[in-house]
Design a protein around this ligand. Sequence first.
Ligand SMILES: [Zn+2]
Length: 381
Amino acid sequence: MVTRREFIRKASIAAGAITLTGLAQCRSGQAGSGNKPAGGRVIDAHIHLTPGKVKKALQAMEENSIRYAVVIASIAGSDPNLYVGDKAFYEILDSIKPYPNRLALHYTYDWSLAETDPEFFNKAPDMLEKAVNAGAIALKNLKQLGLVARDFEGKLIAIDDTRLFPIWERAEKLGIPVAFHTGDPVAFFKPWEPANERWDELKLHPEWSFSDRSKYPPLETLFEQANNVYRKFTGIRFVSVHVGGYSENLAAVSRWLDEIPNLSVDTAARIGELGKHPSQEGYDFFNKYRDRIMFGTDMAYWNECDVEGAGPCKDFTAEEIKKFYDIHWRYFQTRDKKFDHPTPIQGNWKIDGIGLNEEVAGKIYWDNAFRFYKLDRFGVA
Ligand SMILES: [Zn+2]
């Protein structure tokens, strides 16, 4: 694997190439380093943030045309003592309160409570309502649900378990969107061995491997459970993050989007996978679902270090964060070939840009998240 410094240098050099399609046609040099997102303003609908990093996040947003960012989960503390749930939610909420037109937060359950508190299912809807009254703009369900979260009897809790229905009913009544992280990269469900295409990542995080079928359900089961919830609760706006958890299979995600009108997806930490598809296939997907896809990166500003979507945790410089965002603009706005993707640890391959036009890019960068989260109420502009 190339070092981060080499990676950045290569990306900058290649970015100078003039392309012949997409936006670059009317605005030469649109791609890559030193350039701007189409429309000049972006909502990053998927970041992570802990209270000590608010200033850094706001600065990075300012420098990268990110006018607004959605902190998609209440996860706080410092690794290895991260925590989710109420404590994290209220800590983060306090830290972003001064910036209502820049940052917002999802409420996130600590699913381990279902295993330790026999009353959890009864309490959960009120926990959500309290969080929404305090300022949560949505509910985010972490991937633990369906995969590892267990009830008081020690049984896995399926995503479409009826004991969770009162939570979704309350979300519908409160009028908030609900986000699901379902599954994980297909490779994480394949054997944990050096031949795995995401070996660099799995070696670093053995806990991300869900290949043991005696412990974890297959990926398809998780998708079907989540889809059952989307189908049943038609009054909720759902977002399935990380391209529905299935960026490897855009045909499947397309089928879900066709069938389930209240479903959207985001692009967080999946440019590497998306850019692996033939350019035209990626273009067709984004063009067809131009009103259902939100731009997100998974940029994480943790207390002790930052993570650029995936990979090492370190204090990234302003220049490095700019490179990270610039690769996204390059993917969406040019038809450049064979350049480095933003999350090198996810795999050692190159990606091709899809060259969306300015109108479609603008929907994905701005309009869709603005509408989904009703951001007019916060004076976001
Ligand atoms: Zn995330």
